[in-house]
Design a protein around this ligand. Structure first.
Ligand SMILES: Nc1ncnc2c1ncn2[C@@H]1O[C@H](COP(=O)(O)OP(=O)(O)O)[C@@H](O)[C@H]1O
Ligand SMILES: [Mg+2]
Length: 225
């Protein structure tokens, strides 16, 4: 057991998508879960189980149909659109399976993008986070000039630039060989230790999931043990 505080509390979360005019696909059918501060949680489940949908809602990229997401006891979706966007850019970092770096921009420019959005635009900080992920000597490289593992680490640096409390990752090692995957996993654990960040990670990598503090399994739209 732990006496760590709760960062996120999800209750009765539901989400469906329209399939035809009068039928909907129910993806999340009443999700209840807590994420503790500084926890590294793996979300697992079969393809189509709703893992990405849940992650997107936790990250306020998508809205639930019903139910609540409390972030530090505050009901996120009660905020106005603009406040939600502000909340997202300050508190949440995203890492995806494919790095989604902008091809025309250098590593350091890609990393600076979230700080431009939040209005802090800090080149020194971008250099610092790239150094943190081991890419001090790749600042001026474009994505096409980086290896897959390096590009993913640039994407991690981009997720970290605003020092988010919560980092959401959707299959961050899904596109990497085992060596690069291990480097990303080690990096995530180092970051938690150093910056006390919380990570929620969708993964198919069993070894990774087993290393996490906790595994949350989704099946048929619900959390199962
Ligand atoms: N925007 C959308 N519109 C319609 N259906 C969607 C949409 N996003 C996801 N789905 C469907 O919802 C289900 C769950 O998707 P997803 O959350 O991506 O699952 P997972 O990440 O676990 O593989 C899938 O059947 C998918 O096809
Ligand atoms: Mg997915």
């Amino acid at each position: 057991m732990t006496d760590r505080e709760i960062l996120i509390e999800v209750t009765s979360l539901k989400k469906s998508y329209p399939v035809t005019n009068d039928t909907r696909l129910e993806v999340l059918k009443g999700i209840y879960l807590n994420i503790l501060k500084e926890e590294i949680v793996a979300i697992v489940g079969k393809s189509g189980a709703g893992k990405s949908t849940l992650l997107h809602i936790l990250g306020t990229l998508d809205k639930p149909e019903s139910g609540k997401v409390l972030f530090e006891s505050e009901d996120v979706f009660l905020k106005k659109e603009k406040q939600i966007a502000e909340f997202r850019s300050r508190k949440i970092g995203f890492i995806f399976q494919f790095h989604h770096l902008l091809p025309e921009f250098t590593a350091i420019e890609n990393v600076m993008i979230p700080s431009m959005i939040s209005g802090t635009m800090d080149k020194a900080r971008a250099e610092e986070v790239l150094t943190e992920v081991g890419l001090k000597n790749r600042l001026q490289h474009k994505p096409s000039e980086l290896s897959g593992g390096e590009a993913q680490r640039v994407a991690i640096a981009r997720a970290l630039i605003n020092s988010p409390k919560l980092v959401l990752a959707d299959e961050p090692t899904g596109n990497l060989d085992s060596e690069n995957a291990d480097a990303v996993i080690d990096l995530i654990f180092d970051l938690r230790k150093k910056y006390k960040q919380t990570f929620v990670i969708v993964t198919h990598n069993e070894e990774f999931a087993n290393k996490c503090d906790r595994i949350i399994k989704l099946h048929d739209g619900k959390v199962v043990q």
